[in-house]
Design a binder for this molecule. Sequence first.
Ligand code: PLP
Length: 445
Amino acid sequence: MASGGGSGFGLSDLSRIAYGRGSYVYDESGKAYLDGSGGPAVFCLGHAHPEVNAAITRQLESIAYAYRYLFSSAALEQLTEMILRLCGAGFRDVIYTADGSESVESALKVGLQFYAARGQMKKRHFIARQRSWHGNTLGALSMSGFAARRHAFEGSLLDVTFVSAANAYRPPAGCAPEALAAHLAQELEQAIVAAGPERVAGFIFEPVVGAAGGVVPAPQGYAAAVQAVCRRHDVLLIADEVMCGAGRTGTWRALEHDGVVPDLMCVAKGLAGGYIPLGATVVGEAVAATILDQDGAYMTGHTFSGHTAACAAGLAVQRIIERDGLLARVRTTGAAFKASLRESLARFTEVGDVRGRGFFVGVELVADPRTRAPFPVGRGLSYDIGQRAFNDGLICYPCSGNVDGSAGDTIILAPPYNATDGELEEIIVKLTRAVEAALKAGPRA
Ligand SMILES: Cc1ncc(COP(=O)(O)O)c(C=O)c1O
């Protein structure tokens, strides 16, 4: 089962996968599982899509991979053109990576290179948010406000300033919901001023928080307010859309919803939909122009960056999403899906919040709905729900730690964009059953 907080299950507990078809995967015993979360929000077109598989096969039959310093390729060029078109105005370049952590790592490095190219070598410091997740490499992990995942590496992480999460369900003490965006923007400004604007290179945030928060869209006006603060102090705005981007929330860029164009953006999971590992850092016009004028190239990249077959997979996935109008489906059906889920879970007072956008929905469970106090960490409620759902043939994404880094139970649902209405209904029925059974069972002895 997908495991958000890293506790998970021993390897010997895992069923062996046999194959996938559409929204379902099957283990070697023949048991079917409806993939209600795309693993960790990856499989946007489900499994074994014949057109994606055919596109990858065609690429493999001509050449699997051409090294990017020796050759370009049709797949890479067409995918780059498509990503830039889907991103809209304000972006100029795509730097390919193999996953989300590398995309974040590249964004940080490109940000630093930008200031180096401008001769501002003091701008080396980053600001990030609590209850965030940016990846497992040392740089990306340094930006992540996720205590349980940082703990073993403390002492070797970059010195990063953390500001509050933008969470309307858990606002800073005494902050009214309508004042939240302004309050948080002011907090960011104070953090930049305290660190010294001449030292701060970038502010990185997830427009809709994934595993660390249990799907938390920022309040209305937040993104524009933090962008204004960043502009005032010459700080780059870095949007980590690894989980929420590539259409998951119903717009290709999650920040489109807020009318904000960041300086750098990271995508990965849904870009090639899990068919082959692929991520990207998308570079804004101003950052690209400065670096390319001064240095001629980006000082980042790995052997397999822009892997040809991975680009062919990404191109096929994105073409199908566009041709079949799946983002419109995510937008309209997503709202109904969330409403039905909320209705189905309404009888459990422990379900504190059902939130999200498009096909990216989070359920938060609380011990006390009045105070919003979490269940004890030791109860492992989200994993219990996840395990029960899994046994019942539903894959969801249980996460922990959204309240203080260790306490807090959330379940993420992130179905394929082409999931049928019947499959969406099955997700709701099975998750409701799992929540009911876990709550009834009570704490483990
Ligand atoms: C928002 C966000 N950024 C970065 C990452 C890291 O991506 P990966 O696990 O592909 O390295 C993740 C992974 O869950 C993520 O959700």
